[in-house]
Ligand binder design. Sequence first.
Ligand code: HEC
Ligand code: HEC
Length: 561
Amino acid sequence: MPLSRMSRGLVWLAFAGLATAGWVHMDIVPFHFAHMPAHGIFFAFLGLAQLAYLPVLLRYPENRSTMGWGMMMTGGVVVLWGLTQLGITPFTRSGEPVDTPTVISKIAELTGFTAFVILHFQQKLPNLLYRIGQTLVGVLIVQSVGFAAEAVTGGASQSHHPGVAHGVPGEGEEGGHTHGSYANDYTSDYDWGDVFGSIKSYLTSRTKTGYTWDLPPGFPEPRVPEDNPITEDKVVLGRHLFYDKKLSGNGTFSCGSCHHQDKAFADGLKLPRGSTGMVHPRNSLTLTNSAYSSTLTWANPSLGTIEKQVLVPMFGEFPVELGITGNEEKVLHRFKEDTRYQQLFAEAFPDEQNPFHFVNFAKALASFTRTMISGNSPYDRFIYQRDTSALTDQEQRGLKTFLSEELECHHCHGGFNFTLSTVHDKTVFVEKPFHNTGLYNLDDKGSYPADNTGMFEFTGREKDMGRFRAPTLRNIALTAPYMHDGSMETLEEVIDFYARGGRKIGQGKLAGDGKVNPFKSGFVAGFRITDQEKEDLIAFLHALTDREFVGDPRFSDPFEH
Ligand code: HEC
Ligand code: HEC
């Protein structure tokens, strides 16, 4: 029976949906394979099945079982994904926000499925319910491939891999928790501009500048703002600016004054002072993997790019860091008359007549900072490079402790970058979590010291009091002292604080029991830990140190030879 024109249209629509979904699934195979081979195998199977089906669809479009298979490979796959999100299948929610490929492939599959259902009615085929039953059987078949792949590769280990693929339950799994409320840890208001931008960025990612990221195995590509594509020349310029004291009002300070490479770009101080001697209320942050931070700095929810963030140390007055405000012309002049910078700026911004303006400074500094990617710690060699001897027994025990449900660390420090405030090339729904961990409780109403109220400072909403971003734990052994105000000296102190479920300060201006802070996250509930487990955990945290990163000549001071 020849198909009507409309039916042919529907067949092509189904074709387009399946082709897109199949292509996306094949596209993500290498990424998933690196994290967990079972996932890679699973997506390869799915993608190949969807693509292999296409010629059959074109050849026998009017055939009943063609249609049944089509429904299975579109609607069935969406159902499977839905179960995954609910944590019902062994592929538990990744904890990473739903990423772009997922959104694209699910939309494509739903489109295909809708086309099949309409076709079914159009051709007055009997037994739609039977087809749907068939679809669900297909779900089971596809899922068992997943099971088999996990059995063969030994992949489903909740015991390790806090990475992208596993062990980082998201909200979907939190329903069963017995204490506290976590809703407040996540900012749920998604920025739809972000979502569409992400889809666009994914679809166009193959046409970006020819920059080659030298990424560690298992790491996704960082997201780069559209108006500042990364180039080698910008990175080189940024490196010079980063270490150049000419970039401060009084010529005494550079970014490198507070961000030392040997300390993973923190500075070892409780609180730093700026170029004019003014004390900064917050501890200098590591720049380790800032490229992946969905929000920059300790608590500002609106700093979404490094480009925006670097303007703060350059121009900020409360506190003064580099102190360029009021000295703009002087600072620009110093660079303009330096022949080295004439060349560096011309190379970095070849299309501009006068490249010497601060937007370009920010673009170059951000490009350089974005390359500071660290992923070669013993932990990485153990997880991503599959070197089973990279972690000692003690460190492996510490990893298990870290991932345990009693300690809850991974609910905030989860994912490949050990913080859920993570964004990359393939993220669609950018999560921007902030948490009150119970460090202070000045008045029993939950107040934090006035100069460090966290997210509250920016939103003025009571429930944001004391909420801070969970920093990455990579290179954590190098970045003491800890917390936003540098108020903890050692990792041991940090663990004791979490074990108590908040900090108690007995006397003085800061007295109060953070444990009963009303804004505290439900994840900081306290736990029992033996001395041995504590030592193991600390050993594990030390195994997150990437020696190569802190000695990498690409990030070093170019003025020191
Ligand atoms: C006076 C010391 C100081 C100087 C100088 C300084 N920083 Fe920082 N940096 C800090 C502190 C403190 C923070 C945390 C700020 C906060 O939370 O408010 C920070 C945070 C950052 C972050 C956020 C990291 C993240 O992942 O959230 C980046 C990026 C950064 N600085 C880059 C730079 C660059 C680039 C320069 C030079 C233009 C610079 N800094 C100069 C002290 C300094
Ligand atoms: C509720 C989310 C949450 C949980 C659970 C959590 N953290 Fe944190 N962590 C944070 C936040 C937020 C900060 C920054 C707090 C601040 O400075 O006010 C932080 C800070 C830290 C720091 C200091 C980071 C630095 O650069 O100074 C370490 C170390 C740390 N956490 C380790 C752990 C460990 C180990 C666990 C498990 C026992 C854990 N965290 C559990 C959210 C969390």
